[in-house]
Design a protein around this ligand. Structure first.
Ligand code: ADP
Ligand code: MG
Ligand code: MG
Length: 963
């Protein structure tokens, strides 16, 4: 699951709404899918307090039964809930139990201790596992081993800890060898256990100064002695030696031996998993995806099944469809004679899952059946883990597969066609932000044909990326901090590399497959990624990347085509995506592409559903034309001052600012009027009848003259026939200590009403001119930075006067030149007194940039030095200038809406801050009863999709609950 919808966490609807489609029997899933989607039931999440006295902290699954089910992700974590659900629908799952996220919360609230009743509950559930599996923990006849795994509400792949093969010790290993007649397997399991338990629970890991993992050093020695390449080549004798060495290593570094008692081992592992919720990489991940620290993780304790018992056994991971492209093919990898970690860690190169048809035919057939059952039951692409022990297939995990933006769109629309899901569900499943991937540029085909290809790998994250290569996450972060585009280039990535991956434009690995860490994370972050480029070679010591006889050094340019997996030297030119080519450039060929067609279809569905209007923030006719092609329904914000900088207008603007009296100012304004009129004619014409909110002059005047060079000053002095010193003197006089809170916005118009009059005249003269061409115009003149209703009243009077003059000049009646006057709500006082302000306003538009600055007392331009620290410390989960602070600033918005409409119940209200293109904020605007949002042209499809999702969420559907 990807990023944006995590903000749904802040959606109160989440707490009350739950879907109950889960129990749909698998055979009828297909038929009832659409029905159940419509029939949503509400079920209140149980609060801990409601269960006081009768705590249930442990949920059993296995044997075709389960205490919990797939809907309980908040309580059981995603992994636990889905293991329960799989067990319920008859999928073979090794028996186990889940310790709930409430145990985690308790653990942290009570100095890392557990509820008193927990021990007894765990004991009873171990007995259930023993019965189901016919084995006993610590038994010397037929010993049971356990896996202990984390599992948060949202999956956080690889971020927390896992311990496998728990319950083994010096005696149990012999029993296991005797019972199975396979001593190699028994000793392999033991060494795996020591390796994981030693590092995860006892903290014996590579020291900072060590380049190699100490366990791997021992394994490498053993392999060298035995002259084998793979871990799986080690025999019993070698493994006995490895176990002895591991024990010595642990005793030496931890100062004590590992516990032999399986129950002690179990509690050690459970503690470690709970502790891993707060490890550094889990925190970084939570921050990136806005997962609250309070959620906590569940712990899953489950009977081990063994893929490392010879050639009839194996383990793998698979996606029910291709997670990079969305193509409907079974997609995955596996290893014979291995345990799960081997596939993901890249210690051996896995085989494509199709190959299983030859190696393990009956398990392969069964897996294909399960693929179908799981997709039909969960009605979404599943990402599964499986293990085959001596021909018997077991499923260890299933979850909704993380996918790229391309795959998200393809899969959702295909599944509608397959009648697996409804249009509404399709809309909910595509994280709105992901549409930006479909708009991202591709390589220019001509440039790509000429480029030198130096390698190829699996196309794991589609898109085009170029940048400087760096071989460590730290170097990549440093490069990006210098403003470089960066390609993180590694043999393989691990969770430690997360920061570097976030900083990079693209990721290249030379090892690992489609389920490797790099592929998984890149998919989720929407990064361009090529993994497993086996024909390339990285030398970390020399900091070089080579392929096809070419060697590149750190910092040199590389280009990745993540659609096909090609790696090129240099910085290739890019061209627009097929969606942009089809939509904006009207190219017929692009319009035939599957992506374009699906994109258009999806946005069409969103248009039918949404109630929020989507407008654009655009300042020029060209931008407006582009925005309309993206589907803009009008302008939510035109900033008139942007027009002031063009050509020699700036001279007239400066003359106006420097004017010492009204007469001189009027003269300068007269020069500006025709320019402004011309601009508005262009905009109204491009809008072709759609409404346009035009903001009057907003920035402090100093902004136009404060940056003048000495040459510009003397040039202007000549033109104005004044002394340069005079200009310098005016610049000093206009200087402000704190311009953001200074003489700007309507404060300019109050002091210099002639500026407002000129702008209003220009807007209305333009309106008249465009009307004459038989094009409808709807000017909405917006007064910025109002705090007092009187400010708006006075400005409106000036505008109305200007309008009366324009009408008189052209002989028009009132009905023949229509316009509205409204205001921005961007100062807390305006929100608080919205009822008074509404008396003079035909509309409100929330200027959430300034509203955030003034509500938080935080300057956007001066906060970059400390905001990252605030995010690290989890004071903020997101940048409040990117994602609206709903709990704080949001109250001002709600208050402004409520009070404004108390005075005028039909008051038109929109938002024109940058937040209008942020999916979470768009949903908030919907819930707050706004009429429209406005955003930059490229964000329009994203805002539309989010607006449609808001309607569905209001009906009680939420993406997280469609699993
Ligand atoms: P992650 O969340 O990082 O995928 P998991 O908790 O899924 O971690 O476990 C890691 C690996 O351990 C998986 O690849 C899986 O194959 C293996 N594993 C987990 N539980 C069992 C089990 N009961 N029997 C065999 N292998 C297991
Ligand atoms: Mg897993
Ligand atoms: Mg503002």
């Amino acid at each position: 699951m990807a990023n944006a919808k995590r903000k749904a966490a802040r959606n109160p609807a989440r707490k009350t709404a739950r879907k109950t489609a889960r129990k749909t029997a698998r055979k009828t899933a297909r038929k009832t899918a659409r029905k159940t989607a419509r029939k949503t039931a509400r079920k209140t999440v149980r609060k801990p307090s409601a269960r006081m006295g009768s705590r249930k902290d442990v949920y059993y699954f296995g044997d075709g039964k389960a205490d919990g089910d797939g809907s309980q992700k908040a309580l059981l974590g995603g992994k636990g809930a889905n293991l329960a659900e799989m067990s319920r629908i008859g999928i073979p799952v090794p028996a186990g139990f889940t310790l709930t996220t409430e145990v985690c919360t308790y653990y942290y609230a009570h100095k890392k201790t557990y509820p008193k009743t927990l021990e007894a509950e765990i004991g009873a559930n171990i007995a259930k596992i023993e019965k189901a599996m016919g084995k006993k923990l610590g038994d010397l006849g037929n010993p049971l081993l356990l896996s202990v795994r984390s599992g948060a509400r949202e999956s956080m792949p690889g971020m927390m800890d896992t311990v496998l093969n728990l319950g083994i010790n010096d005696k149990v290993v012999e029993a296991l060898a005797a019972k199975t007649g396979n001593p190699k397997f028994a000793w392999d399991s033991y060494r795996r256990f020591l390796q994981m338990y030693g590092s995860v629970v006892m903290g014996v890991e590579a020291h900072a100064h060590e380049h190699h993992d100490p366990y791997e050093v021992i394994l490498d020695k053993a392999k060298a002695k035995a002259s084998v390449a793979d871990d799986s080549g080690l025999g019993e004798k070698a493994l006995r030696w490895v176990v002895g060495e591991f024990k010595k290593l642990i005793r030496k570094r931890a100062g004590k031996a590992f516990p032999e008692d399986p129950i002690k081992q179990l509690y050690g592992a459970v503690n470690a998993v709970f502790n891993s919720w707060n490890n550094d990489r889990a925190k970084v991940y939570r921050q990136k995806y806005g997962i609250p620290a309070e959620w906590g993780t569940a712990v899953n304790v489950q009977a081990m099944v063994f893929g490392n018992t010879g050639n009839g056994s194996g383990t793998g991971v698979a996606f029910t469809r291709d997670p990079a492209t969305g193509e409907n093919v079974f997609y995955g990898e596996y290893l014979i004679d291995a345990q799960g970690e081997d596939v993901v860690a890249g210690v051996r190169t896995p085989k494509q899952v199709a190959q299983m048809a030859k190696d393990l035919p009956s398990s392969h057939r069964e897996l294909l059946k399960i693929r179908k059952i799981l997709e039909e039951h969960f009605r979404d692409v599943q990402d599964v883990e499986f293990t085959i022990e001596q021909g018997k297939l077991w499923m260890l995990q299933t979850r909704n597969g993380k996918r790229t933006g391309f795959a998200a769109v393809n899969i959702a629309l295909d599944m509608v066609k397959e009648r697996l899901i409804t249009k509404e569900e399709a809309i909910l499943r595509i994280p709105a932000e992901d549409l930006s991937h479909l708009l991202a540029p591709i390589f220019d085909p001509a440039d790509e044909r000429k480029a030198t290809k130096i390698g190829s790998g699996l196309p794991a994250g589609p898109g085009a990326a170029s940048g400087h290569i760096y071989f460590t996450a730290d170097a990549a972060v440093a490069g990006a901090a210098k403003g470089q585009k960066v390609i993180l280039t590694r043999q393989e990535t691990s969770p430690e590399d997360l920061r570097g991956m976030i900083a990079a434009e693209g990721i290249l690995t030379t090892r690992g497959g489609a389920s490797s860490h790099a592929a998984l994370v890149a998919r989720q972050m929407g990064k361009v990624c090529i993994c497993g480029a086996h024909d390339m070679n990285i030398d970390y010591a020399k900091k070089t990347l080579s392929g096809h006889g070419v060697t590149l050094k750190e910092g040199e340019y590389l280009s990745l085509n993540g659609f096909v997996g090609n790696v090129y030297i240099g910085d290739l030119k890019t061209s627009p995506s097929s969606v942009i080519q089809g939509l904006i450039e009207n190219k017929a060929a692009a319009r035939k592409s599957e992506t374009y067609k699906k994109f258009v279809q999806l946005v069409g569905w969103a248009d039918k559903l949404r109630r929020l209007e989507v407008r654009t923030n655009s300042d020029t006719p060209d931008q407006v034309k582009t925005a309309i092609k993206f589907g803009a329904e009008g302008i939510g914000l035109t900033r008139t001052e942007h027009m002031f900088f063009e050509g020699d207008r700036i001279d007239a603007v400066r003359e106006m600012i420097l004017a010492e009296d009204q007469k001189a100012r009027a003269k300068a304004l007269k020069k500006l009027l025709p320019y402004q009129k011309k601009d508005f004619v262009g905009i109204f014409t491009a809008l072709d009848g759609r409404p346009a909110t035009i903001r009057l002059l907003d920035p402090p005047l100093h902004e136009f003259i404060g940056t003048m060079t000495a040459a510009q000053i003397s040039d202007l002095a000549r033109k104005l026939e004044v002394k340069p010193d005079y200009i310098k003197h005016r610049i000093t006089a206009l200087h402000e200590e704190n311009p953001m809170l200074g003489h700007r916005g309507c404060r300019l118009g109050i002091v210099y009403p002639e500026i407002t009059r000129m702008q209003a005249t220009a807007i209305l003269e333009a309106a008249v001119a465009v009307q004459k061409k038989n094009i409808k115009v709807q000017p909405e003149i917006m007064v910025p930075l109002v705090s007092y209703s009187k400010e708006l009243e006075l400005q409106k009077a000036v505008i109305d006067e200007a309008a009366a003059e324009v009408r008189k000049k052209h002989g028009l009646k009132v009905g023949q030149l229509k316009y509205q006057v409204g205001t921005m709500i961007e100062i807390p006082r305006a929100a608080l007194t919205a009822d008074e302000i509404a008396n003079h306003a035909a509309f409100f538009s929330f200027g959430t940039n300034d509203l955030t600055q003034t509500c938080l007392g935080l300057s956007r331009d001066d906060s970059s030095s400390f905001l990252p620290k605030y995010q690290d410390a989890e004071i903020l989960s997101a940048n409040p200038f990117a994602s609206l602070d709903q709990t704080g600033v949001g109250q001002l918005v709600e208050m402004g809406v409520e009070r404004g409409r108390r005075t005028k119940n039909k008051l038109k209200i929109g938002i024109c801050g940058e937040h209008g293109g942020d999916p979470g904020s768009v949903k908030f605007c919907h819930r707050s009863g706004l009429n429209y949002v406005s955003c930059s042209p490229f964000r329009i499809p994203i805002a539309k999709l989010a607006a449609a999702q808001a309607v569905l969420e209001e009906r009680g559907l939420a993406r997280a609950e469609i699993s």
